[in-house]
Design a binder for this molecule. Structure first.
Ligand SMILES: [Fe+2]
Length: 298
């Protein structure tokens, strides 16, 4: 029996009773979509997944973006990226500094990101404390909390998002292993412009779609006014076997780098694009399948 337990915070829920290694039936797919819209971040504890199972689960929701560098992924499977500080044969096996500022993935793409699915394989701990947490913010609540005059003022504003902004911010950190993007890499990740407010494809609520990681400019307005979005935060502390999936449209996230190189962390990640989720039938049919099967307990 599937159960969804809300965290009691401004976002987040734990989903029990689903084995993500098994093919996802239509009812569970609809249940997950509805819960993602409502809670933003879903935790599926105690999962045991092969990389192909993680990929197959993720690509039910949309197309997966492969890593830009062509490295740091499951052997033979570019859809399953590695986020890790583990060094093997003198080389990091994954991206060592992914996500260490407030952002949402793939806002820099013309087809924006829909969700991430991360599978925790190794989680660093020191003196009983879990390190390498991920923090979240709720962009639906952030929109609701904006003052009415600001909502009106920004109603038609647009934001330019640039992959290179985040890349360069990471490069400026001490010990960064990143080189500058090559002209070819910049060509493959050009900036994109999106409305500052989107309608969430699952909930129909408005979201503040502007994040400090990639947003280089509010095209019609003073940039400082976009800072109001980070009002409410929620942090997830990982444990091995956790699968966390989160909605890139309804949340922002930030990876906390409080662990040393010898305190090993390994996450396997699929970045799913919003190539399907804005099709009304995609959500409608999924939610119908879930309600036909009976709503899960909440
Ligand atoms: Fe990210």
């Amino acid at each position: 029996m599937t159960a969804i337990e809300p965290s009691g915070q401004i976002l987040g829920a734990t989903v029990r009773g689903m084995d993500l290694a098994k093919p996802l039936n239509d009812a569970h797919f609809g249940t997950i979509l509805e819960a993602l819209g409502r809670h933003g971040v879903l935790r599926f504890p105690a999962q045991e997944l092969e990389a192909a199972e993680l990929r197959d689960f993720s690509q039910r929701f949309g197309r997966i973006q492969a890593t830009l560098t062509g490295r740091h992924h499951e052997p033979g499977m570019p859809e399953v990226g590695y986020l890790s500080n583990i060094i093997e044969n003198g080389e990091p096996i994954g991206i060592t500094d992914a996500g260490q500022d407030w952002h949402t993935d793939m806002s820099y793409n013309e087809t924006i990101g829909f969700l991430n699915v991360l599978y925790a394989v190794k989680v660093p701990r020191r003196d009983g404390q879990v390190l390498g947490a991920t923090m979240f913010a709720n962009t639906q609540a952030a929109y609701d909390d904006l003052a009415p005059d600001l909502k009106a003022k920004l109603a038609t504003a647009t934001v330019t998002h640039d992959f290179n902004k985040f890349w360069e911010n990471m490069r400026r950190r001490p010990g960064s292993l990143r080189g500058p993007l090559t002209p070819e890499q910049r060509r493959r990740r050009p900036p994109s412009v999106h409305p500052i407010f989107l309608t969430h494809p699952i909930t129909g609520r408005r979201v503040l779609y502007c994040n400090p990681g990639y947003a280089i400019r509010i095209n019609e307005l003073d940039e400082s006014e976009s800072d109001r979005m980070l009002e409410t935060l929620f942090t997830h502390r990982w444990t091995e076997g956790d699968v966390l999936m989160w909605d890139h449209i309804g949340t922002l996230h930030n990876a906390v780098a409080d662990y040393r190189p010898d305190e090993h962390r390994l996450m396997k990640r699929c970045q799913v694009m919003a190539d399907r989720i804005f099709e009304p039938a995609f959500v409608r049919d999924a939610v119908a399948a879930a309600s036909l099967a009976g709503a899960p307990s909440r």
